[in-house]
Design a protein around this ligand. Structure first.
Ligand code: FAD
Length: 306
C-alpha cells in the first residue's frame, strides 16, 4: 500500500486529521477536492483563537501548518471511486486543475467530504447566502444581534429555529412562503415570545451590493425590512463515495459512524459535517483529530499483533 491513510476532503475535519496523522509519522494523502461548505461566508465565528477569520485564511493556516510533516502529501484531486483491495483500498480520481487521473492505494480511508446546503429556489437566497441569509445563529447570531430578523421555513423546524433566534433579537418574524403548517400550540409559543408570522408567498429577497439583506418582498407587493434571514436548509452529502462503498446512511442522509468514527465499512472512517450531529468548524476539526487518533491506533494494532 502506498499510503497508510487517504483523507478525502481538506476542510477543517480533513486538515485536522492530516495534522495528527503527520505527527504520528503516517504516510498520508490528503485529497483536496476544492471549496469548503462555508466559502461564501465572511468569517468563521466561534473557532477558538480564530474567531472571525475568513474561511480561506483558516484553510491557508491549516495547509501551512502541515508543511513540516514530510509524510503528509496534499494533492488537488477529487476522488471519484474507492474500492477494496488486498490490505486496504484503491482510490481513483482526477486533478481539480489539470484533470490528470490519479490511482493510489491506502490502508485506511477517512471521509471528510462535508455537505452542501439546498436553498429554496427563490430569488435572493443563493445570492445572499452566507451574509444576509444565514444557517446558524451560533455562527452568525452575534453579528446581527438586536436587529430585525426573519426566520424562513414551515412546521416544527421553523418554530424551533425562530424561538432559538429570539435569543439574539426581540424582533423576529417567521416567514413561511405560503401555508406555514404550524400547529395551534406552535402559534401560541411563537406569540408568547412576540414572534410574528407572515404566511404570504415570498417574491424575492432584496439585498445590498455587500450581500446584506435589506428586505423581503412578498407576492402581494408588500415589503418587510430585515437585517438577516435564518433558515435550516436541507442538506446533501458533497460526495456519494460513502453510499457507493455500501456504507450505511442515516435517515437524515448523514454517513453513519460507530463510537469509534468508523463507518459500516471496515477501515473506512468519517468525520466532520458528513457525519450526524452538530456542524461547526471547530467540531469538524475535533472529529478529524479524533478520527486520526483512532485510525493510528487501528494501524498500530495491525502492525503489532499479539
Ligand atoms: C454559510 C456558512 C457559514 C458558516 N459559518 C460558520 C461559522 O461561522 N463557524 C463555524 O464553526 N461553522 C460555520 N459553518 C459550518 C462549517 O462551515 C462546517 O461545519 C465546516 O466547514 C465542516 O468542515 P468539514 O471539514 O466537515 O467540511 P467542509 O469544510 O465542507 O470540507 C469538505 C471538503 O471536502 C471536499 N470534498 C468533497 N468531496 C470530495 C471528493 N470526492 N474528493 C476530494 N475532496 C472532496 C470539499 O470540496 C470540501 O473542501 C458555516 C457553514 C455555512 C454553510
Amino acid at each position: 500500500m502506498q499510503y497508510d491513510v487517504l483523507i478525502i476532503g481538506a476542510g477543517s475535519a480533513g486538515l485536522a486529521a492530516a495534522l495528527t496523522l503527520g505527527r504520528c509519522l503516517r504516510r498520508v494523502l490528503l485529497a483536496d477536492g476544492g471549496r469548503p461548505r462555508n466559502e461564501c461566508s465572511p468569517g468563521v465565528h466561534g473557532f477558538l483563537t480564530r474567531d472571525g477569520v475568513t474561511p480561506a485564511e483558516l484553510l491557508r493556516l491549516g495547509h501551512e501548518q502541515l508543511r513540516p510533516y514530510e509524510t503528509v502529501e496534499v494533492q488537488c484531486v477529487r476522488i471519484e471511486r474507492v474500492v477494496p483491495e488486498a490490505g486496504g483500498f484503491r482510490a481513483t480520481g482526477r486533478g481539480t486543475a489539470d484533470d490528470a487521473p490519479l490511482s493510489i492505494t491506502a490502508r485506511r480511508v477517512l471521509l471528510a467530504t462535508g455537505v452542501t446546503d439546498v436553498l429554496p429556489p427563490l430569488p435572493g437566497f443563493r445570492e445572499l447566502w452566507g451574509r444576509g441569509v444565514l444557517h446558524c445563529p451560533y455562527c452568525h447570531g452575534w453579528e446581527v444581534r438586536e436587529q430585525p430578523l426573519a426566520v424562513y421555513g414551515q412546521g416544527r423546524t421553523v418554530t424551533g429555529l425562530a424561538l432559538l433566534v429570539s435569543r439574539w433579537s426581540p424582533d423576529v418574524v417567521v416567514v413561511t412562503n405560503g401555508p406555514g403548517h404550524l400547529t395551534p400550540n406552535a402559534r401560541r409559543r411563537l406569540r408568547r415570545h412576540h414572534i410574528r408570522i407572515n404566511e404570504e408567498p415570498i417574491a424575492r429577497l432584496v439585498g445590498t451590493d455587500e450581500r446584506d439583506l435589506r428586505s423581503i418582498e412578498f407576492a402581494d407587493g408588500s415589503q418587510l425590512a430585515r437585517a438577516a434571514l435564518f433558515l435550516h436548509a436541507p442538506q446533501l452529502q458533497r460526495s456519494t463515495l460513502a453510499e457507493e462503498m455500501g456504507a450505511r446512511i442515516t435517515s437524515k442522509g448523514a454517513v453513519w459512524v460507530d463510537s469509534g468514527l468508523q463507518t459500516s465499512v471496515r477501515h473506512v472512517y468519517a468525520a466532520g459535517d458528513t457525519t450526524p450531529g452538530a456542524q461547526q468548524a471547530l467540531i469538524a476539526a475535533a472529529e478529524g483529530n479524533r478520527a486520526a487518533i483512532l485510525i493510528n491506533e487501528s494501524l498500530t494494532r495491525e502492525e503489532c499483533p499479539r
